[in-house]
Each structure stands twice: as C-alpha cells, then as structure tokens.
Design a protein around this ligand. Structure first.
Ligand code: SUD
Ligand code: ADP
Length: 293
C-alpha cells in the first residue's frame, strides 16, 4: 500500500471544560469531555520515492513547516529512524480544510492525529495506540484524544483519557466568524483556575439519566472568550433561544444539542442569513482510529 486517500479528521466538541489548576510549567490542568462529531477535514496521503514530507494543499496563514500535519509526520519519521535505523519514505499530504481555525473544534490536532495513524500504517511502523498518543502530545494536548478515538472523559492537560458513554444527539454549531488563539484565553487574568474537581462517576450518571440536551458542568474558558470576543457572546445568546448553548474548547465556535435532526434543521433555518451554522451528529468512534492501528 502506498497511499491512503479520503482519511477523515473529525472535529471534537468539549461538552464541558473545567480549569482545576495549573502545572509548574504554566500549562493548565483541566477536566473535560471530548465528543467526536461527523464533520471534519479530509486528508490524502501518498508516499513519495524520496524522504521529503510535503504539504500539497494550501492552508492560508499556516506555512508548510508550521503545519501540524507536517510537524506530526516529521516526528513519526524521526521516531521510526530511531527505532529501526532506517528513514522511511517521504509523503505528499493534502488537507481538504473544512473546519475553521481557532474554532475550538480541534481541527489542527485532528489533522495531525489522522496523519500519525495513516503514516504508521503506510510505513508499517507498528507503533501502538498509546505510543502514537504519547508522540503526538507535545504537538497539541488534543492529539491523544483523536488517536484514542472515542468519547472520553479527560484530565491532566487532556491526555489522561477514559472512555465514557454519552447518548447520541444532533448538534447545531455556529462559527461566530472570529479565530480565538488558545494561548490568549489561558493567559488571561480573568480566567478562574480553581473549579473543584468532579468525579467521573458523577459525569457518567448525569448522562445516563438522558440529560444530554442540557450539558454537564460549564466551560470555564467561555467567560474569558466572550469578554474578548463579543461575537462569541452574541452567538451563545442567539443559540440559547433554542436550548443549552455553550462554547467548545477555547472558542470561537458554540454549540447546542438536539434530540433529532428535524429540530436541528429548524434551528439552522432560523440561522440562515444571520450566522454561519451547520449541524453534525455525535460520533461514538473515530472512523479510522479503530482500523488504522
Ligand atoms: C482548549 C483545548 C480544549 O480541548 O482545545 P482548543 O480550544 O484549542 O481546541 C485544548 O486544551 C488546547 O490544547 P492545545 O491544543 O495543546 O493548545 P495549544 O493551542 O497548543 O496551546 C496554546 C497555549 O495555551 C496554553 N495552554 C494550553 C492548554 C492547557 N491545558 N493549558 C495551557 O495553558 C499554553 O500556553 C499553550 O502554549
Ligand atoms: N493543519 C492545521 N489546521 C489548522 N490549524 C493549524 C494546522 N496546523 C497548524 N495550525 C495552527 O493551529 C492553530 C489552531 O488551530 P485549530 O486546531 O484549528 O483550532 P483550535 O485549537 O481552536 O481547535 C491555527 O490557528 C493554526 O495557526
């Protein structure tokens, strides 16, 4: 096999996100729940005859060498060299970008996770799931989750993952039209960093009682992002007419859960001409994480 085309890189939503503390290196300790959804970027990976790793599509504002996709591919190539003494073949990687950047949907991290899984297969590198997760972590705290590949309760900086079951539903997601830099939110003096830790069992029993339409807990990053980006506040206010609306990750996107597609369609109809919005269904498993490792 020399290529893998149409590899999905799905988005995630943070159903809740609590900042519970700070590590000595400045990184924040979180508790969050990651939910995959059936909308995302699509990647195409073709092995080359030389050793070069090249991005063959353009992502405005992201130079090739800074692209998480290329950085992830280089990390894995170096790891294979370290393990086998042989540098594997290069690859051309194209990304059909669908997800907005700085949207809190984890697009860059998901792209990187998909590339790690695809190249692990194409190079017959044989890294185990936990090894790929550890390799990706320094590039982005969300990368291990995408390789883990199923709905998860997460702690640490998001790398300590446990599978959980949340009932399926439909989400309406609004892109408020701004890009929020994650670092700006985490460094804000207005961020609260002392939400008391919750028990994973409390999270699980909350959703087992079919309360998926009103989310558990809160997103501690939301108060900071809405202060800095009024468009995010407006989007939440608008979507809250129809249910429990909140921000995902560090923003900018906001979401609301609905029991069926018809209700999501009705909200999208009202959003037309007002917001860039779309619907997505919850995904219990990553479409390729199970197959490619
Ligand atoms: C907030 C979350 C929630 O899933 O997702 P996004 O909104 O970015 O999708 C993640 O924790 C995003 O983690 P990660 O992907 O590592 O964020 P990056 O953009 O690499 O981090 C930018 C900067 O934010 C700060 N940062 C990030 C994560 C964290 N737990 N504590 C931090 O203090 C650090 O200063 C870091 O250098
Ligand atoms: N392949 C990529 N796709 C998206 N963003 C990327 C990529 N590679 C690097 N980046 C950088 O990562 C930043 C965060 O992007 P992204 O992961 O989409 O948002 P978020 O972290 O809010 O979910 C972008 O602003 C961009 O500078």
């Amino acid at each position: 096999m020399t290529s893998l085309t149409h590899c999905p890189a799905p988005a995630k939503l943070n159903l809740f996100l609590h900042v519970t503390g700070r590590r000595p290196d400045g990184y924040h300790l979180l508790q969050t729940a990651f939910q995959l959804i059936d909308r995302g970027d699509v990647l195409h990976v073709h092995l080359r005859d030389d050793k070069e790793l090249r991005r063959t599509s353009d992502i405005p504002g992201v130079p090739e060498e800074q692209d998480l996709v290329i950085r992830a591919a280089k990390l894995l190539q170096a790891e294979v060299l370290r393990r086998t003494g042989m540098l594997p073949r290069g690859a051309n990687i194209a990304v059909d970008k669908v997800l907005p950047m700085g949207g809190g949907l984890g697009g860059g991290s998901s792209d990187a996770a998909t590339v790690l899984m695809a190249l692990n297969k194409l190079w017959n590198a044989g890294l185990k799931r936990e090894e790929l997760m550890a390799l990706g972590l320094p590039l982005g705290a969300d990368i291990p989750f995408f390789i883990f590949g199923e709905t998860a309760f997460a702690e640490g900086v998001g790398e300590a993952l446990q599978a959980v079951d949340v009932p399926d539903c439909w989400y309406v997601v609004i892109e408020p039209g701004v890009s929020v830099p994650t670092a700006q939110i985490f460094t804000s003096e207005h961020l609260t960093r002392n939400t008391p830790p919750v028990n994973m069992a409390a999270f699980c029993s909350y959703y087992s009682e079919q309360r998926e339409l009103k989310q558990f807990g809160k997103n501690d990053l939301q108060q900071v992002a809405t202060r800095l980006y009024p468009q995010v506040a407006k989007a939440i206010e608008w979507l809250a007419q129809f249910g429990d609306a909140r921000m995902t990750g560090s923003g900018a996107c906001v979401f609301c859960a609905f029991a069926d597609e018809g209700q999501a369609n009705a909200v999208l109809e009202k959003a037309r001409g007002v917001w860039t919005a779309w619907k997505a269904k919850s995904l219990k498993k990553h479409p390729i994480a199970a197959k490619l490792i």
